[in-house]
Each structure stands twice: as C-alpha cells, then as structure tokens.
Design a binder for this molecule. Structure first.
Ligand SMILES: [Zn+2]
Length: 463
C-alpha cells in the first residue's frame, strides 16, 4: 500500500493525503490551500490526481483548510462517498456554501481587472451547484462506528476534541492477507476545553500521520481565559464602551459564548448586551445546538439545568444588515462578536472602522492572525490602519487571549502519543510550519519513534 502527501505539507493549509490499498484510492481530507492569492488560485485548481478515479473520501473535520476543496472534486467528476461525522456534514453544508459565495466574489474582483486589461477571464474554482452536488455525496458515520469505505479499507472515527464533529481517523488496511493500522490525527484538540469532549486516544497504530501546528509551542493555562475575559468585560461596563471581538464563526464564537455565559452565571461579569453579528456564526451556532451528541459532560449538565450556553438573556443574534448597522449608533456598553476572525472581510470591518479610533473601546483577538492580515497589523501595534480604503487612527486598546487554541500544544501532543501504547513504527509529521514540524519530529524520535518523516509535496511512501 502507498501513502502520498499532497497538502498541509510543511504548512498548515490544504490538508490532503492519498492512501492506495489494493488499487483502491482513499483520499484523507480535501482542504483549501490558503496563502498568497496567485499560488492559492493555481494549487486549488490543479488537483494532483484524477478525481473521477477516487473510491472514497474520508474527512477529519469541517474547517475549510480540510474540507474546502471538496466541491472541486465534484466539479472534476468525483461521484463517490464522502465519509464524515453527522456534525461535520452539517457544518460543511453551511461552510462550503459560504466558501462558494466567497470564491465567486473574489473572482468577480479579479476578472474585472482582467477584463480591463483585455485578458481571458477565469472560471470560478467552484460554484453553488458543485457544493450542492458534493453535499449529496456525504455519508454520515457516527463516532466509534467502524465502516468499510473501500474494499480492504475500514475506517473508525474517534472524537478529536478540536471542533464540533472533529475526528481522528483510524484506518485498518488489508493487503495480501496482512493488516496495517494507521492513525490520522486530522487536527488534534486539547483536554479540558469547553463544549467538546477531550480527544480520544487510539492505541496500537503502526503508522501515524500527525498534525504539528503547535509542535514547538506551549499554550497558557485555560484559567487565563476566564480572568482576562472577565477583566475586559467589566472594564467595558465601567467605561460604557464597546468590546469588539473578531472571531472565527465555527468553534471560537461558540467557545466565547460559553465563557461569557458561565462568567455571567458565576456573577463574575456585569450584565451587558452581547451581539453575535455574522450570518455564518449564527448558522454555526444553530448547528452546535442540533448536535448535543458531541458535547462534553459539563456542557450537557448545563443544558439539562436549563442553561444553554448559546442562549442567555443578554445574547442577541443580529437578524440582518440593518440591525448590524444600527449597532454603530447604539451606545455602550456592549460586546460585539463578529467575523472574519482575521479581519479580512465581513461585518467585523464595519465594527472596527466604527470603534477603533475611540480610546475607551477594546478590540480583543482570540485566535491566530496570519501575516499581512488586518488582524496581524493590529496586534503588531500599527498606529494607523486602512479599512475600506480609508485610514483610521488606532486608539482603542488592542488585547489578546492566547489560551483559546483548538490545537494541542507540544506537550499535549506528546502526552497523546505517549498514551497510544507501543510507539508507532513510522510517523509522518504534517500540518505545521517547518519549525514546528521539525521540533515535533525531533521530540517523537526522542520518545522512541525511530522512523519520523516530514514529507515533501507529492512525495509517496510504501507502507
Ligand atoms: Zn481545524
């Protein structure tokens, strides 16, 4: 059998690996590569294999860097199943539609320029009909329900504790009478995070494919989140100002609601209105409410007591653009949670342009900010920024909470591997910038895994 790595190789986006067993081709993840526009445009379009000849796709979770290129498979002729947990199916339904919309909008911008230059216009990467096509091919598989996905290839999904519905993928492959067990971590979550359960440890894998996003970093303790968030909210009340939080729609927004609700219930923060102002975040929260089968005991107990973390009295989901705009004129105190998480697009831009020049307001970052994004400029302390082509003085306080990461840090990754029993004979380190991948690879060798590889794009290995 052969394992070939196509994406999230020496980087964190575009997760995509191909396993071939007895001639059956099983694709693990089909993520969108995100990076410089031109490179992303070309890489996402040119699939490195014949999509029509795949036998099955197994999806670890719904994040767009793992699922976002699925509609391209459909566009290139793939008609087979996409195996994923039921929560992942529902999240993909909203996220891939949103992605198709963004692709179209992005391309309109590019094509307008090309038309002026007399150049040939580009086709969209995919459109809504491709999303609808691939969604009809999804085959939901519950956690801990092994399923044969192709002849000789059985898969079991276990909770990865990363986002709602996320899975570590256990694969049992049979070839020439011999069985081989692989474990693909997808994105591995962390113990003790709100809403989702802790990652499930899978024992006995011979080959490990692991992420390494934070292979060289340690997260601050979770208690920091509560203390820091409470401090910022209470100050917002005192100053009657606005606390603006750019947040990813799936996972991070719901975590924030969870913390705000529990701080409130514990009497640790003042009562102030909390607005979730992003259509995708609102829909993602609705998907969370439908999938209580993914919740941890603590969240379930709260819901049984009649205290849903996604519905507290001061919480409002804005209904439309008019209501979103009306927030500008409304006096504080208030919390506004909006997307996109890196301030690249979406309603967050309106809120920032409206609040950022007032020293009483706070902008709070709760997630990773990639290079060259507005979010990154703000945390780097730029004193003026451009929003919608206009310069704004940054007078608001810029705050950051680092402890909310959905990825295991170095010690959490190593603790997970340590609990797997006999160390895997072979490990492949993917989904991390090279420094993180190398640090994790070195730590794995030190802990008794002699054969650890950081693959190159397109590199194939015989197992
Ligand atoms: Zn993820």
């Amino acid at each position: 059998m052969e394992l070939r790595f196509f994406g999230a190789v020496r980087t964190t986006t575009g997760s995509m690996h191909l396993l071939t067993v007895n001639g059956a081709r099983v694709l693990l993840d089909c993520g969108l590569f995100q990076g410089k526009r031109k490179e992303a445009f070309e890489r996402n379009r040119s699939l490195p294999f014949d999509a029509a000849r795949l036998d099955a796709v197994v999806l670890s979770h719904a994040h767009i860097d793992h699922s976002g290129n699925l509609p391209t498979l459909r566009r290139r002729g793939y008609r087979g199943p996409v195996f994923a947990t039921p929560a992942t199916v529902d999240l993909c339904d909203i996220m891939l539609r949103d992605s198709a919309h963004l692709q179209t909008r992005d391309l309109e911008f590019v094509n307008k320029r090309r038309q002026q230059q007399g150049k040939k216009l580009f086709e969209p990467l995919y459109e809504l009909e491709d999303v609808e096509g691939i969604m009809a091919q999804f085959a939901p598989v519950g956690y801990e329900e092994p399923r044969e996905v192709a002849p000789g290839v059985a898969v079991a999904l276990h909770d990865a504790g990363h986002i709602l519905g996320s899975a570590v993928v256990e694969i049992e492959a049979r070839e020439n009478g011999a069985a081989h067990k692989l474990l693909f971590t997808g994105d591995l979550g962390r113990p003790g995070m709100p809403i989702v359960r802790d990652p499930v440890v899978v024992r006995g894998a011979e080959t490990l494919i692991t992420e390494s996003t934070y292979g060289n970093r340690l997260h601050p303790p979770e208690a920091d989140v509560r203390a820091k968030l409470a401090g910022l909210v209470n100050e917002t009340c005192k100053l009657r100002s606005k606390l603006v939080i750019p947040a990813f729609s799936v996972g991070r927004t719901q975590q924030l609601l969870y913390y705000l609700d529990s701080l409130h219930a514990a009497g640790q923060i003042c009562r102030l209105p909390v607005y979730v102002d992003s259509p995708l975040s609102t829909r993602a929260t609705e998907v969370h409410e439908r999938h209580t089968e993914c919740f941890d005991q603590e969240t379930l107990a709260r819901i049984r007591r009649g205290d849903s973390p996604f519905a507290f009295p001061a919480l409002h989901f804005t209904a439309d653009v008019e209501e979103s705009k009306a927030l500008n004129a409304r006096p504080g105190p208030m919390v506004i949670i909006s997307a996109s998480g890196m301030c690249e697009a979406g309603r967050i831009l309106h809120h920032l342009s409206n609040t950022i020049s007032d020293a009483d307001n706070t902008v709070l970052f709760v997630g990773f900010q990639a290079e060259s994004t507005l979010g990154r400029y703000l945390i780097e302390g730029h004193r003026t920024v451009r929003i919608f082509g206009e310069e704004h003085r940054v007078r608001a306080r810029i705050a950051k909470i680092n402890a909310l990461s959905g990825h295991a840090d170095r010690d959490e990754l190593l603790a997970y591997f340590g609990a797997m029993g006999e160390p895997p004979r072979r490990a492949f380190v993917v989904h991390g910038e090279i420094g993180n991948a190398e640090a994790l690879a070195a730590a794995l060798r030190q802990r008794g895994m002699p054969d650890v590889t950081i693959p190159e794009v397109g590199q194939a290995f015989t197992l």
